[in-house]
Design a protein around this ligand. Structure first.
Ligand code: COA
Length: 393
């Protein structure tokens, strides 16, 4: 396919015809990080105040055995079990208020950009800027995230409109694997010649689905937005990442669930119960997902005729430091160091689909030409995605 790339109007500019290669690459990434952050110490202090309040208010019922007492959380447990030390959030104060324990902001009028689209746009702008790309050269926007603000109009179309992109956009939700599923979808558009430049945007306001009153999970998530610009190699900037192969996998599991949905109103008695937020059997997830993902990576490397042990870096999903240690060990054949498998969950928490993209965004510039690496996500569904890449510079 022959295409002309749009360029600023200059009198002496003569457009250069471009022959598409149908080979997808990552041209650039973008990251939006909320200013506010909650440390484990702050989180546990507020959670424990909530527990004390609850136990005081229910002292008689607890004494009578009618209500279970709640138990304190602990900084040491959180750090040891998960590796998380802090998380960014869109609004800190209401989350830490034991009377609220949820994000709070004013509802925006329909004429104003929604908060999820707004942070997606911030990340997308950075990706476009880094690629030296103009919105008019982009064909599509995929909003790939684990929670959408509303069913329609699509967040992707709102982001498309805010950026001034012609073409099309749609939302897709594959929970923690949304971004890698989005990258494969975008790569397939490039491979098929249906698009030459696709933005995969992952705004994750996970503080809205996290049950901040649940001791087992209140420390897990953080808010962020990422963007990945997937393009035909013919139009990519000199510095880019060739996509060597993508692989997706889903296996049904009830171990991570969120029953929130538009049919909740059909049963108002349970419309607000804790299962309408994130719930998981963390230990089962850990045990089942580690071998599944490690094997998937090894099998896909073999299909691509890559030696997994020779991967220069793995940008793994950021849910649990222990899971990443085990997966990286199985893939590389030795204990991975921070350089081989960088961690961002210590300061970002689990940011659902954005985690592996943050790790890639913050830890990829130092790689040399021809270095190979792996972006890998895993989570609810179960769902898992691998994107093997090679640095081109
Ligand atoms: N503070 C102190 N103690 C706590 C606690 C808290 N906040 N939360 C749980 N505990 C206690 C439990 O009550 C339990 O006590 P017991 O042994 O007396 O019964 C003990 O700590 C261990 O709890 P468990 O839930 O088995 O912890 P864990 O070691 O499995 O760690 C996770 C919990 C969630 C950090 C871990 O399972 C995990 O990260 N799993 C993977 C999750 C994942 O990837 N999910 C994908 C989501 S997108």
């Amino acid at each position: 396919m022959l295409l002309l790339l749009a360029r600023p109007d200059t009198e002496d500019y003569c457009p250069r015809p471009m022959i598409l290669t149908h080979r997808p690459v990552i041209s650039a990434t973008g990251l939006y990080t909320p200013d506010e952050s909650i440390t484990n110490e702050e989180l546990v202090e507020s959670f424990n105040r909530f527990v004390d309040l609850h136990n005081e208010q229910n002292a008689d019922a607890i004494a009578a055995g009618d209500v279970e007492p709640l138990h304190h959380s602990s900084v040491e447990f959180i750090e040891k079990a998960s590796g998380i030390k802090a998380r960014h959030v869109m609004t800190k104060e209401p989350i830490l208020n034991p009377e609220v324990m949820s994000p709070r902001w004013d509802e925006r009028p329909d004429e104003e950009i929604s908060i999820l689209a707004e942070i997606g746009v911030a990340a997308a702008k950075q990706a476009l800027e880094r690629a030296g790309r103009k919105p008019e050269d982009v064909d599509a926007v995929l909003c790939a995230a684990s929670n959408m603000q509303r069913p329609y109009p699509a967040m992707a179309i709102e982001i498309q409109q805010a950026l001034g992109i012609d073409g099309f956009g749609f939302d897709m939700n594959v929970a923690c694997s949304s971004a890698t599923f989005g990258i494969q979808t975008a790569a397939d558009y490039i491979r098929a010649g249906n698009a030459k430049s696709v933005l995969v945007v992952s705004p994750e306001i996970t503080s809205g689905h996290l049950n901040w009153r649940d001791r087992d999970s209140h420390f897990i998530f953080g808010d962020v937005a990422t963007a990945v610009l997937v393009e035909d190699a013919a139009m990519a900037p000199a510095d880019h990442w060739e996509i060597l192969g993508t692989k997706l996998k889903t296996v049904f599991s009830n171990n991570i669930r969120n029953n929130f949905g538009f049919l909740n109103r059909a049963h108002p008695e349970t419309a607000d119960t804790p299962d309408k937020l994130f719930v998981q059997e963390g230990r089962k997830v850990f045990k089942e997902v580690v071998p599944m993902v490690a094997q998937m990576i090894i099998d896909e490397a073999e299909r691509l005729q890559l030696d997994p042990a020779a991967l220069r870096r793995m940008w793994l999903h950021q849910a649990n430091a222990g899971m990443n240690r085990l997966i990286a060990h199985r893939v590389l054949g030795h204990e991975a160091n921070e350089d081989e498998s960088p961690t961002v969950l210590d300061t970002y928490g689990n940011t659902s689909s954005a985690g592996s993209i943050i790790a890639f965004h913050l830890n990829s510039e130092d790689l040399a030409a021809n270095d190979t690496g792996l972006i890998c996500s895993f989570g609810a569904g179960y769902s898992a995605g691998t994107v093997f890449v090679r640095k081109v510079a």
